[in-house]
Design a binder for this molecule. Sequence first.
Ligand code: FES
Ligand code: FES
Length: 577
Amino acid sequence: MNVQKPPMTLTIEGHERSVTAEPGRRLSEVLREDVGLKSVKVGCDAGDCGACTILVDGVQTCACLTPVAQVAGAKIETLESTQDPLVGQLQAAFLQYGAAQCGICTPGIMMAALELLREIPQPDQRAVEDALGGVLCRCTGYRKIITAVMKATDLPTAAPLPQAGSSVGQPLVRLDGVPKVSGSEVFGADYVPEDALLVRAVRAPYFHAAFTFGDVKAWQLDHPGIIDVFTAADIPGENRFGVIAPLADQPALAEARVRFRGEPIALVVGEPRPVEDLDLDSFPVEWTPLDHSLTQDAGVASDAQQLHPDRPNNARITGRVATGDAQAALAASAHVVSGQFETGYVEHAYIEPEAGVAWLEGDKLVIQACTQAPIMDQEETAKVLGLPLERVRIIPAAAGGGFGAKLDLSVQPLLGLCVLKTGRPCRMVFTRTESMQASTKRHPSTMTASIGADADGRITAMVFDGDFNTGAYASWGPTVASRVPVHASGPYLTPNYQATARAIHTNGPVSGAFRGFGVPQGAICQELLYDDLAAACGQDRLAFRQLNALRDGDKTPSGQMLPSVSIAECLDALVPA
Ligand code: FES
Ligand code: FES
């Protein structure tokens, strides 16, 4: 059925704009795609994140939940379109207080703040918290944002520069601050070349399954607007990528078998609106579900399906660090505590889902996407596409949060394949659901440990063993498994030490980098046992840590001499609290 697209008038800061859109289309999409107001960000398309916050008749509104017909005749303000001088003051305050980090939430936060400042020019903290409550920030922890909004009307309109000769320790305005506070920063989804095609991925609905394709050509012909469909058979290079090149094991598009739910099996590329409207559930594929394991314990069980032929017991790698005789030292200790700990998946939940665009410049493939690792993207994309390195250029778009997960490839090889095959610019933007399915996570873990101390409360020994769920493919699992044993004793002197950690494959999401590479999980285990051990020694928990803290010149269990350690001063600073 053809939905009527009546012309409609939007009033954007005093200027009338005629757009042609179905009445039910999301206002966020119309403002971004049809009017070009890219400060309106889309993080969830579900009313949860607030990145799309704009003002409609002066009231903050989620543009992603607003049908465009609802605002015909209303006054719309976005960060780049508003003429209110208060915005200049907000921008200066955000720059001065460092309130924009990645900057993807900044336009939405500023619009919410603008509504507040019009009503209350000098709001208190509670009023700011209430006003900004609908816009999430994953980077800043909100303190600097709240301060910037509270101080916005106090400040001169330009942030002062530190004086020459006295700038050490002074805050500096970041070099990329102005684009972030003005809404002109270009994130992965923001640049769309003329004539760009849209790419969507067909993804596995099962944790583990074999699959065969049906009549893809017939399906394509049934859906006007699709230009082509690509599968693993179309990949011209080596269909394997990974962040540690010799261990690369993840196909860009799965070949006959998927190992996690959400793994891509095919790409549909075509004109934007028809591809956007496609129901991918109708894609012709026959699935044969296979047994799956989701936890590290199930992954190593004797009846678990082997996910990779060269990795017995689904163990990707074991890391080990040992010094002294930990077992003997534990046996001789005055006090010993033991425990088992489990931690679960953690999703990075950056506000910007994976997104990018790619095109050809002569015979060079140019990919502009959100990333934390453009050189790794270049190397792995070139390998998958069978291109020499110099034929792939990566332009890092601003990353709207990453926290480790955007170290892994996402859209890059998929976009590259579609551009090489069609010869036209192509763009791809993951939905929030796709982002959560396809991006890496913090490793779930199961850890057991014993720690001993002498009668004075000095650590004598630690024994640690951990299994870390690295999901279907390696990603950063080998790094986690080898780094955790290096750090599991924390910043404390531990003369006798034995630690092992394994990265275990399961059919869960791929686990990767997330601020610390497994060290935070190990810290949970060690710090909780330290509380128990302090109690067993009859000591205050903080004093116990001060006593055992590493000092300048001490060695870690892996033998590294640390010439400068400041953990003791940090602990001392906690005493008054
Ligand atoms: S609330 Fe609209 S994009 Fe998240
Ligand atoms: S600065 Fe707020 S999400 Fe990154």
